[in-house]
Design a protein around this ligand. Structure first.
Ligand code: URA
Length: 237
């Protein structure tokens, strides 16, 4: 059961005070009855709520997979830039957030949801969830780099070292510019970029390909999104 004003505000009908005004003005029907009390309790699994002709159905949780483009920020609000939430046109809820952050210039898999428990499970360092990235690297990545990443590299300073947990580095192409796939379980700020910096190289392009059991859908173009399937959601839980 949920208050009528919260029900409407959750579904992005308006702010809490805007929806209170709508209710007071007799604009909202529950079943056949006009309800004028904001605190009226709705059974969100059964009750049918209308504003005028428009039915407002309730969605408790939303789960999206976004192929994040470069140039948008992994935040819910930003004064200057478009956010990943702005890209989800079909969202119902107003409380969606990205599960973790990708840098502004990073592309690829980002989960967008309002499920805080799922987010915690995926991001908690204790859960050791694999994150796999594809990257183009300015520099020659060699089997020595693979060993360095396997041992852990210092992404801190000499005075204040911060040694990464082992990362699994796969070389896809080795040359002046190399292509790699890297799987890590940590998610420190700029982690992949700092790991390559630590071995004297620079990430020129970065894309996340998977998180836990969830793989970026290859049919999603950059900037496109879709809802997670039941199976995908199960595999994350
Ligand atoms: N590591 C980075 O450096 N940037 C990202 O966006 C994700 C991982």
């Amino acid at each position: 059961m949920i208050r009528l004003d919260k029900y409407l505000a959750d579904m992005s009908v308006g702010t809490r005070s805007e929806v209170k005004r709508l209710i007071k003005n007799g604009m909202v029907r529950v079943g056949d009855e006009v309800v004028r009390k904001a605190e009226y309790k709705i059974d969100e699994t059964k009750d049918i709520v209308h504003i005028g002709e428009k039915q407002i159905s309730y969605v408790k949780e939303e789960y999206y997979m976004l192929n994040k483009p470069a140039g948008v920020v992994s935040a819910t609000e930003d004064m200057l830039h478009r956010t990943v939430i702005d890209l989800i046109d079909s969202k119902k809820r107003k409380d969606l957030f990205p599960v973790g952050r990708l840098d502004k210039d990073t592309e690829g898999l980002l989960i967008i949801t309002n499920d805080g428990a799922l987010s915690h499970r995926l991001l908690s360092p204790k859960k050791h969830v694999d994150k796999t990235y594809y990257a183009k690297i300015n520099g020659k990545v060699t089997s020595y780099t693979v060993e360095q990443f396997q041992r852990g590299v210092n992404i801190g300073t000499d005075e204040d070292p911060e040694i990464t947990k082992p990362g699994v580095l796969e070389i896809l192409a080795s040359g002046d510019q190399s292509e790699i796939r890297l799987t890590i379980q940590e998610g420190k700020y700029h982690q992949v970029k700092r790991m390559f910096q630590a071995v004297g190289m620079e990430v020129a392009y970065l894309k996340r390909e998977s998180m836990g059991n969830l793989k970026l859908d290859p049919t999603l173009n950059i900037g496109e999104y879709r809802t997670l399937t039941k199976e995908e959601l199960e595999s994350l839980k």
